[in-house]
Design a protein. Structure first.
Length: 392
């Protein structure tokens, strides 16, 4: 092929390098000549292509060209094309994935004595690579002919991984961190300790949970009708999702429901799908809400606050602070301690104030008498408080 790049090709270092291309002095000299010939923006482009991590491996192959093509095709590596160096005795190439780089070249005694596994009779190195979507990566490698020597599996230390050999037997270890279990370090709440069973068990019983009405709480309906929910909305302790679904279908809001009970969340997702509303339901610990990684304009707590003891309520309020935007509003509907036929774990006004203290960035706007409906109270429900709390 002949074109207007022929003059540049004639002075490329890969045309004039000696038999040992890695010689530092030769590389430096020829790099300077190349930069001088290219000039301008192209020089900067080549310089960027030659920038490497402080440590990177070199793998040797009998057929480095076929190896390069295989690594790109099967493992998804990307060649730094401008860094490639070709010479009569072989090719040097640099392949990258993420922020990692590996150098490949021909094997041989004259090339630092490096051997291919084919020549050595066994693997001579293992390259550890962190990838995303490892299941798809595994299928790609397998379909492109990589020899899988360690099947895809979840490991006890928290990674999902597999190992494969390339064309000449170098061993590659591919890994991806397993998703973090949001409930892994969660201790039972005071309610769970007293009842002797986890929250999820309440949704696996033959009868509905005592608080599972099959419809939203009337107090929540009135809040929705008054326009109380705006912007992004968090339903903390959403259960089977009746409140969240009602809020999402009656306003221009984005609703997220969280709970520790996965059975309840599965029911909630089915209800949202049946109503044709888009709601994100996620497993989350009320004492680790910062893991949600976002903030909300409005937060609803319907029946969760009163299930905690005083120490837990303080921790819970601190976690709500981490996900409530400045100026955002939290509505807490909880069993009250005034009136007849009070519910379990009744809460006083002073306990609400103690949890949402002014000196911790909260302002209790109001605490009004209300009713909570359950499956074990009469048609009028149980005495309750509806607290409106503002985040500073």
């Amino acid at each position: 092929m002949t074109d207007d790049l022929d003059p540049l090709r004639s002075i490329r270092p890969d045309r004039v390098l000696p038999d040992d291309p890695p010689d530092p002095e030769v590389l430096a000299r020829e790099k300077a000549r190349l930069m001088s010939a290219i000039g301008g923006g192209e020089a900067a482009e080549v310089a960027e292509a030659r920038r490497f991590p402080s440590i990177y491996p070199r793998l040797a192959y009998r057929d480095e060209v076929a190896a390069r093509e295989f690594l790109v095709r099967a493992f998804g590596l990307v060649e730094r094309r401008e860094a490639r160096m070709e010479f009569p005795g072989g090719t040097l190439a640099w392949l990258e994935l993420g922020d990692g780089v590996v150098m490949i070249g021909r094997s041989g005694e004259e090339r630092h004595g490096l051997q291919s596994p084919v020549e050595a009779g066994s693997a001579t190195a293992m390259v550890n690579v962190s990838v995303s979507a490892i299941d798809a990566h595994y299928e790609r490698a397998r379909s492109e002919g990589a020899r899988i020597v360690s099947e895809l599996a979840d490991m006890f230390w928290g990674d999902r991984r597999y190992e494969a050999l390339d064309l000449e037997g170098h061993r590659w270890h591919f890994t991806e961190p397993l998703p973090v279990d949001p409930l892994a370090a969660r201790a039972p709440t005071s309610h769970e300790r007293m009842s002797g069973r986890p929250w999820d068990a309440s949704y696996r019983a033959d009868e509905p949970a005592p608080w599972d009405l099959g419809e939203p709480q009337p107090a929540v309906v009135r809040l929705v009708e008054s326009g109380a929910f705006v912007g992004s909305v968090l339903d903390a302790g959403c259960g089977v999702g009746d409140n969240a679904v009602f809020i999402a279908t009656h306003g221009d809001v984005a609703v997220v429901g969280v709970d520790v009970a996965e059975t309840a969340l599965a029911i909630a997702r089915a209800k949202a799908e049946a109503r044709g509303v888009a709601i994100e339901f996620a497993v989350a610990d009320a004492f680790a809400l910062e893991r949600l990684g976002r903030g909300f304009d409005t937060v609803l707590d319907s029946g969760l606050f009163h299930a905690f003891d005083d120490e837990e309520r303080a921790r819970y309020a601190a976690n709500l602070a981490a996900v409530t935007k400045p100026g955002g509003t939290v509505f807490v509907l909880c069993f009250g301690d005034e009136g007849d036929d009070v519910g379990p774990h009744p809460v006083s006004r002073s306990q609400v104030h103690a949890a949402f203290r002014d000196d911790s960035g909260w302002r209790v706007v109001s605490i009004e008498p209300q009713r909570i409906h359950t499956n074990f109270h009469g048609p009028e429900g149980a005495p309750a408080w509806l607290a409106k709390i503002r985040r500073a």
